[in-house]
Each structure stands twice: as structure tokens, then as C-alpha cells.
Ligand binder design. Sequence first.
Ligand SMILES: NC(=O)C1=CN([C@@H]2O[C@H](COP(=O)(O)OP(=O)(O)OC[C@H]3O[C@@H](n4cnc5c(N)ncnc54)[C@H](OP(=O)(O)O)[C@@H]3O)[C@@H](O)[C@H]2O)C=CC1
Ligand SMILES: O=C(CO)COP(=O)(O)O
Length: 325
Amino acid sequence: MISTVGVIGAGSMGTAVAQSISGRAGEVIIFGRRQEIVDSINHDNHNTMYFPGLRLRPNIRARVMNDRRDLADCEVVIIAVPSSEVRSVVNAAGDGLADRYLITMAKGLEYPSLKTMSEIIREETGNPDIACFSGPTFADEIAYGHIAGATIGVGDDPSLRATMSDLFGEFILDFSDDIRAVELCGVLKNVYAIGTGMWDSVYSNHNEHYTFLNMCYKEMCIFLRAISLDEGIFTKFCCFGDFNLTANVDKSRNRTLGLMVGKKIVKTPYLESGVTFEGSRSVKGIIELAKNHDIDIPIARFVYDVLSGNNNVRISVDTLVRRTA
Ligand SMILES: NC(=O)C1=CN([C@@H]2O[C@H](COP(=O)(O)OP(=O)(O)OC[C@H]3O[C@@H](n4cnc5c(N)ncnc54)[C@H](OP(=O)(O)O)[C@@H]3O)[C@@H](O)[C@H]2O)C=CC1
Ligand SMILES: O=C(CO)COP(=O)(O)O
């Protein structure tokens, strides 16, 4: 059994994954930035801000981010903060992330570098032992122990693979040695989830919904075929599963953002609500990446145009339909 696992990020996914793996590790330390969350975990076994009704296992404790005393004791460190924060958080952790296994859960793309999270982490730490975890994994459902599938993106290091299989033994797992492709699946699905929300704000029939879903998945596969070294990526949890979960289910923040923008409930793409909308931050980078690979992704551009306020969703949807027809 792995003795100590660190989880950086005391939000939805950090708390959920801490609960999920705590049955497979001696101790889990959640590193959060708010003292009140750290205190609620340590004094009451609850993260009252994110999962007030969930009693966390007794072997989960918390530390404030800048208190890195315990980071050195962690054999494995999971990074579960929004992608926009990964570089600064990893940089702040400094050499506390060297010489141990690192796992990223963040689904975003840095702009304008177009780097994925594992690439940023490796750049900041120099540590090559990095894996990623991505799939149809709503945090609340993970937190309460429901079944979920996930793709582990990991290189050919047998020890790291074994550690990932052990740590995430509660999940149904598939594996890919193309870490970047697994991460890009998580980025793409968020963009198409926003797009599906926008589409569904205009069209309400089943045929229309699933026609658009197919259009999105086709565009996602064209993109992945151009960049992925893993020919099987299309049927892995990080791809088909997570795309469908996020594009179809209103629990998804990205889909909800698409619905809200499509219905003109919100205007600014980068909302100050404090909610983590990964897709709106990554769409520009996806468009740039596609251009670099000479790939045409009209739906991603549709999403970007509407989020940027360049067009109203009805006009954009109509253009998309006529363009694709
Ligand atoms: N939620 C989900 O269902 C899933 C999320 N993910 C991915 O996990 C990643 C994290 O998302 P999620 O947990 O949902 O987001 P949340 O908004 O629920 O939580 C984000 C957490 O990160 C913390 N945080 C933000 N900035 C910093 C910082 N600079 N330093 C330290 N901590 C910081 C927040 O602190 P504070 O509480 O103080 O704001 C919060 O605890 C995203 O990339 C997301 O796509 C993946 C699968 C499922
Ligand atoms: O990645 C997720 C589920 O796998 C969470 O999706 P949202 O960020 O759209 O809520």
C-alpha cells in the first residue's frame, strides 16, 4: 500500500479523489489554500465548502498550500487545481515535487504556449515521472463512491503504471501511453460540451441534439487522428465516455455555460463567478493547435465566436448548419 499521497487542490476533484484513494493509501494529505477548508477537514472530517454532507475518511488530513512540510513525505502527488493555476501552483511547490510520482487531473491547455498540464509540470519540476487521469468522472459521484471509468495516460515505466493501477483501483481503467492525447481529449470534450449547450439552447429536438453530438465527435476524432499516437484513443474513457458525459449532462459546468451563453443569461466568456469553466479558457488554444496541424474545426470556432461575443448564437448555429450541410 502507498504510504502517503498528496492532493494539491481542496475543491471538488481534489476532495473527491482524496476520498476515493484513501482506502488504498496509508494517508492522504489535501493541500488547500483556504484555512477554513483545511480546518473543516482536520477538525470535522468534512470539506464544508465543497461536500458538506460527505464524511471524509479519517486518514485524510489537510494542510494549507504554503505549508509544504508534508509534501516531502508524499510518494505520489495529485494535482487537482484548475488548469489556469497549475503552473503557478507547481512552481510554488518547487523542489517538493521532485523525485516522486506526479498525477495531473486538470483538463486544460495553456495559452499561448499550447502546453498540456503534464508538459507544464515537467517543465516546472524537471520530473519525468508524470501521469494523467481523465475520464467520465463527475467529482460528486466519485466522492460518493459510484462506479466510473478513467483513462490513465502514462509512459512505459512499469512501476508508475503499477502505482496508478493500485491507487485508482476503485475505477474501471484503460491506459494510453500517449499522455498528451489523453490530456487533449479532456480539453476538447469541454469545448464541445459548451458547443452542445449552445446548440441545445437553440434546438430542442432529439434528432437535432444527437446530430450535433455526432458532428462534434466527428470533429474531435479528426483532431485526435492528426495528433494522437494512440490509434485506440477514440474508444477510451477519456474520449468517447467523457465527451458524452459532459456534452449531455446538465451537471457539467461547460455544458451549462453553453446553455447560459446561448440563452443570453450570461455574456462574458470568462465569468467572474469563481466557477471552474475549463472549456472557455482552452478553446482559443485548441483553435491555434488545429491551425498548426492544418485541421479545420468549424464547431470549435463556432464556440469561440459565440464566447467572444462576435456573433449571436442563432446566427452562428445557422451558419454552422448551412456550412456543414
Ligand atoms: N469537478 C469535476 O467533476 C471534475 C473536475 N476535473 C478537473 O479538475 C480540475 C479542478 O477542477 P475542480 O476541482 O472541479 O474545480 P473547483 O473549482 O471545484 O476547485 C478548484 C480548487 O482549486 C483551488 N485553487 C484554485 N486556484 C488555486 C491556487 N492558485 N492555489 C491553490 N489552490 C487553488 C480552489 O481553491 P478555493 O476553494 O480556495 O477557490 C479549489 O479548492 C479542473 O481542471 C477540472 O476540469 C476533472 C474531472 C471532474
Ligand atoms: O470533467 C468533468 C467530468 O469528467 C467535469 O466536467 P465540467 O468541468 O464540465 O463540470
